[in-house]
Design a protein around this ligand. Sequence first.
Ligand SMILES: [Zn+2]
Length: 370
Amino acid sequence: MGIGLLAEQDKIAPFEVFTSERLNTPVYDPGERSEETQTFIIAQQSFRQLMGWTKGLRNAAGDELIIQSGYIERMTPNAVADRYQGVHYIGMHQALLVSCMEFALFALTQSCVFPNVGNAAGEASPELKNGKAPGILLLDKTLRGETVQIDQDHWRIPKDENRHVLAVYLAMLMARYIWLHELAHCTNGHVAYVQNAGLALRLYEVAEELSVVGFKPKADTDKQRDKIIRQLEYDADSSAFFGLCQIQLNDLENIDGIKALDIVTRLGMSIFAAYAVTWLFEEYQAFLDLKNDPSHPTPYDRLQHLARGAANEIAPKVDGFAEFHQSICDQFNAMAIPGLYQVGKAAPMDSEREFELHAIKSAMDKWRFY
Ligand SMILES: [Zn+2]
């Protein structure tokens, strides 16, 4: 290793320096591996290895892409992509993975979800209680300082041991989808673009400034900004979704337990995970009273965008995919969650949006890493 490279490495602030200096929040370190922390640890290790392909990528200006990733100790469900002192940082709030875990466990209590795994028919398929969606209940209790009571809350956990394990894998895939989405904000040049154009300091998944959202009338420039950022979100969703599928289709899975599953289950879980995360963001917005955040597409639009991508881009490459995808959508749609969106019945993309998406993609080329 040359001295030049060492000097270069010295400039890279560790993730915890980024979170404290830039975000004023502590890093979340899952610590030793235990039943409680393994999802955090394995999801992160897996992602860091999978993103190895980004090493050495450069943009048109010759800047090298350097990325640091980690968890942030915050009890709001969010994820962030930022660039600070020339280094890209992607972070997931601790609460986001906690709520993915809760959602995944609930999903596997439903007999309709992955019916070929374990004793699906023996699951109770409970309906939601207390009006709190899976993924929100735990968060709500934590924010109110309550603890989860196992005897009261066991109905949200699958009875079958194999399905319980599958839920843990599903949560890891949900985390992977979030990491890949944030990674796309970096590799596709979104973060550098919004910073250089003065549109945003960084990209969050859920608006952080609670006080301004939905109150003041939007100026035209803000509307234009929101429109651009919405397209970036669609673009990051697409990249993350295809990445998630490609990992299975190209046999790149690096979590042993998931790798041991058959391809139909692995691919189905990956698609299900992307849809579940997208749905969860709808629940977060409702929970945080952010229904009208105009800088992000509605979760419903994002879900249909993903399903359209599956039909248009993946189906032609994989035999029998359309029917398989429909079966995953049917499983998702049949969960006992009031108000759950119906996926897989998407109308074709309207030409105006398609045009906008392409316009943004070409503007991004200057910032993209390749
Ligand atoms: Zn995003």
